[in-house]
Design a protein around this ligand. Structure first.
Ligand code: S3P
Length: 454
């Protein structure tokens, strides 16, 4: 298909030189507030942009991933102001008010931006091109382009089914029932977003429950969504109404501190305003099974999202077989759960988590290599890992540009025998700007060696 105006301005070029240096020992104490939830921040931007009227957002995550979504909507003519830190005012343009962007939309490292936008853009009157960085350009997009094609969308990817994606506008989408093979909230959300533009009803049936922020937020914007025996269903052609939202702190970011405090003697930490949506609580269930002491305090709601302050203190952990039904509810937390397993007494077994191989890095391979480098016996399998609890030595590990790998190995230093060096940490800024400062203030002995931005 003809695709002009595809010049790309790639922000934040190569920051792979950023290195984390950690001195061994210490513990985590005090009160912290991690940044806003990434999944909810992306969706707040998307639904705010497509709504009628103004949407105000507090607690927005100013990470590179969510800022990529923000830039994409500005490029499509949506006025978004940032009156104060973590605050947005979005002037919604309505479902049919987006304008053709001048260039390809560059989405950096952000799989959520790319997969959700692919659904939304399939329903527009104009063509778009979506690009990403080296990691995103390796990630599978067939899981969204194939079901979208069945609705009538026309999308070109590389032969391998990876980005860049060229999405043709002016198509007529037809609602249908999708039965997903992969457990993926990104795929579910992509199809529901396309469903807003489709004739009739779109239903998505998941193989297991995944995070339900899209469903909750659609309802918060006044869009009817029903859970029936055909899955999560909505009818196209409705309207979203501008809204005021408060974004909770990201439980996926809090997880590094939950584990850091659980494994390091003397720790006692209160993590404030954490989103505790039941579809995100796998990490808490798993850590409690391992013997961690995590307490919910001051439970409340931000709109339709449950929130609590999490209190955690050091405790002895034991190895477990991780219940399969928790895997999709903890899918982003396995790098740090592996660190907890390495500190536990006995063996921890994870199965049924093959999705970890197609995240920002192959998290099974990269974590197994890093654990082995730090003296832990870790046996990777096709869909998981078997880890024997032990003691971390010092050493040098590579994060492969994966934010969650970098932050997970940082916490290992609390109980390591020697210093830990972590290469390629620039992408921590995608989900957790300010990690080094916040972790340092809580007691982690961390500093950076080159570059800036974490
Ligand atoms: C996300 C869903 C998950 C998760 C990602 C955010 C979302 O991806 O790993 O960080 O916001 O919908 P999958 O849908 O690929 O599991």
């Amino acid at each position: 298909m003809p695709m002009v105006r595809a010049t790309v301005v790639e922000a934040g070029a190569d920051r792979s030189e950023l290195v984390f240096q950690l001195d061994p020992g210490g513990c985590l104490r005090g009160r912290i507030r991690p940044p806003g939830d990434k999944s909810i921040s992306h969706r707040a931007l998307m639904f705010g942009a497509l709504a009628e009227g103004e949407t105000r957002v507090e607690g927005f995550l100013e990470g590179e991933d969510t800022l990529a979504t923000l830039a994409a909507f500005r490029a499509m003519g949506v006025e978004i102001s940032r009156p104060a830190a973590h605050e947005l005012i979005i002037q919604g343009v309505g479902l049919h008010g987006l304008q053709v962007p001048d260039a390809a939309l560059y989405l950096g490292n952000s799989g959520t931006s790319m997969r959700l936008l692919t659904g939304l853009l399939s329903g527009q009157s104009f063509d778009t091109v979506l690009r990403g960085d080296a990691s995103l350009s390796r990630r599978p997009m067939g899981r969204v382009t194939e079901p979208l094609a069945k609705m009538g969308a026309l999308i070109h990817s590389t032969e391998a089914g990876t980005p860049p994606l060229e999405i043709q506008g002016g198509r007529t989408l037809q609602g249908r029932q999708h039965r997903l093979r992969v457990a993926s909230a990104q795929v579910k959300s992509c199809l529901l977003l396309a469903g807003l533009y489709a004739a009739g009803e779109t239903c998505v049936q998941e193989p297991v429950v995944t995070r339900d922020h899209t469903e909750r937020m659609l309802q918060a914007f006044g869009y009817p969504v029903e859970v029936t025996d055909r899955g999560i269903c909505l009818n196209g052609g409705g309207q979203l109404k501008g809204n005021a939202l408060q974004v909770p702190a990201d439980i996926s970011s809090a997880a590094f501190f939950l584990v850091g405090a659980a494994i390091s003697p003397g720790s006692q930490l209160l993590i404030e305003k954490v989103g505790v949506n039941p579809t995100r609580l796998g990490v808490i269930h798993i850590l409690r099974l391992m013997g961690a002491e995590v307490e919910f305090r001051n439970s409340r709601e931000f709109g339709r999202e449950p929130v609590a302050d999490l209190h955690v203190k050091a405790s002895a952990l034991r190895g477990i077989r991780i219940p399969r039904e928790q895997v999709s509810l903890a899918i982003d937390e396995f790098p740090i759960i592996f660190i907890a397993a390495a500190c536990a007494e006995g063996e921890t077994i994870l199965e049924g988590a093959e999705e970890l191989r197609v995240k920002e890095s192959d998290r099974i391979a990269v974590m197994a290599a890093g654990l082995a480098e730090l003296g832990i016996s870790a046996q990777p399998t096709a869909d998981g890992m078997v880890i024997q609890g032990g003691t971390f030595s010092g050493g040098r590990v590579h994060s492969h540009g994966d934010h969650r790998i970098a932050m997970a190995f940082s916490m290992a230093a609390l109980v390591a025998k020697g210093p830990i060096t972590i290469d390629d940490c620039g992408n921590v800024a995608t989900s957790f700007p300010g990690f080094v400062k916040l972790a340092g203030a809580a007691g982690l002995q961390i500093h950076t060696e080159a570059g800036a931005g974490a």
